[in-house]
Ligand binder design. Structure first.
Ligand code: SAM
Length: 347
């Protein structure tokens, strides 16, 4: 049973696991579908042809998701991220967000998007209750964008970024997966953005995960090297106090006058498992407590098997109880130790 886990009263927060980590953050992958074909997310064959998709009936419905979120919030989850796949592709997402925003004690709902549809939806997102947004962008060069993502739509993403800044979303985080030999010649350009704009530009280490046929030791660049390259050009970065609730990035400013911030996310070289507060719900309704561990709890089976709210709660507790102390070693990951697809797990 779940005696090891401290169970808070509704809304109190404080779901603590065996390793003294407070689990307070749930990430929902709303769909496995995406309008891009990024080289680290799909295989080479899929870039050229069709990508297998889950039938709609395999996705949790909004009613089912709302029920899970209500139970999770009553247990102590305070922060929610909508991701995918590309979450903005899921039909009626705005009314879903509006309903999420009306859940008592849930005040922090965030979105991760590739930005392609952002300019179109930014105002509606704001009205529905989203203020904090992460945008994936691995290059500032339109031609290269098409090479990395398989789609020629850099301008649409850039318009989305500009619109979110203009509308006052804050923070607006730009996530760049750094791949040596593919986009590492743009590190300084990205760093400059964090000086000239209010963006939080985050450099993410390339992980050997899932379908990516492009990961190699050679393409991996550790965060320390990324930082050294930026400091070589701009001088020492100024460390910022890390708001514990605000994610795994180590944050810096590129000088006192910088409008934005720089972040380094190093799941491989300096993993942050000891303060990981996350639980994921995959697009087909499986709870996953570690991005880089394949163990999952089938929550959809509980729900569609007629499980009560306390059965949903037990499933959440089981997933948290199974949360490993740390993720697998790079050697095991390189050997294919993590099979999930980012689009279904929720990147
Ligand atoms: N469509 C949304 C988006 O683009 O932000 C949701 C996430 S989607 C699965 C893609 C994101 O997952 C990437 O931009 C990256 O941040 C992350 N990701 C996927 N594969 C990765 C890998 N091998 N290493 C590091 N990050 C990865």
């Amino acid at each position: 049973m779940s005696e090891q886990l401290s169970r808070p009263a509704a809304g109190q927060g404080g779901l603590v696991d065996d390793f003294s980590r407070t689990i307070s953050y749930l990430r929902l992958s709303l769909t496995d579908r995406c309008n891009l074909r990024c080289l680290y997310c799909v295989t080479e064959d899929e870039r050229l042809g069709a990508v297998a998709k889950l039938p709609h009936s395999e996705l949790l419905s909004y009613e089912e998701l709302l029920r899970v979120v209500r139970v999770a919030v009553a247990m102590g989850i305070v922060k929610l991220r909508l991701t995918g796949g590309e979450p903005l592709l899921r039909r009626d997402i705005m009314s879903f967000i509006t309903r999420l925003a009306s859940i008592d004690d849930l005040h922090d709902i965030r979105l991760t998007t590739n930005g392609v549809l952002l300019a179109r939806y930014a105002e509606e997102l704001l009205a529905a209750g989203i203020r904090k947004i992460n945008i994936s962008l691995d290059t500032l060069r339109p031609h290269r964008f098409a090479e990395i993502t398989g789609h020629d739509c850099f301008d649409a993403v850039w318009q989305g970024i500009e619109k979110t800044l203009a509308l006052g979303f804050a923070p607006v985080k730009l996530n760049m997966v750094v791949m040596r030999g593919i986009n590492d010649d743009e590190l300084l350009d990205f760093a400059r953005l964090a000086h000239d704009t209010e963006l939080q530009v985050r450099f993410i280490e390339f992980m050997p995960i899932g379908a990516s046929s492009h990961w190699s030791q050679g393409a991996f660049m550790p965060a320390d090297e990324i930082m050294a390259r930026i400091e070589e050009r701009f001088g020492p970065l100024i460390p910022m106090n890390r708001d514990k609730a605000d994610g795994p990035a180590r944050l810096f400013k590129l000088g006192e006058q910088a409008a934005g911030t720089l972040g380094f996310i190093s799941p491989i070289s300096h993993h942050f498992c000891d303060r990981c507060n996350r639980l994921r719900l995959t697009s087909e309704g499986r709870l996953r407590s570690c991005l880089l561990h394949d163990e999952e709890v089938d929550l959809k089976q509980v729900i569609r098997g007629g499980g009560s709210d306390s059965a949903v709660r037990e499933a959440l507790l089981t997933a948290i109880r199974n949360k490993p102390r740390g993720h697998q070693s790079i050697e095991r990951l390189r050997g294919g130790g993590c099979h999930g697809r980012m689009s279904r797990i929720g990147g």
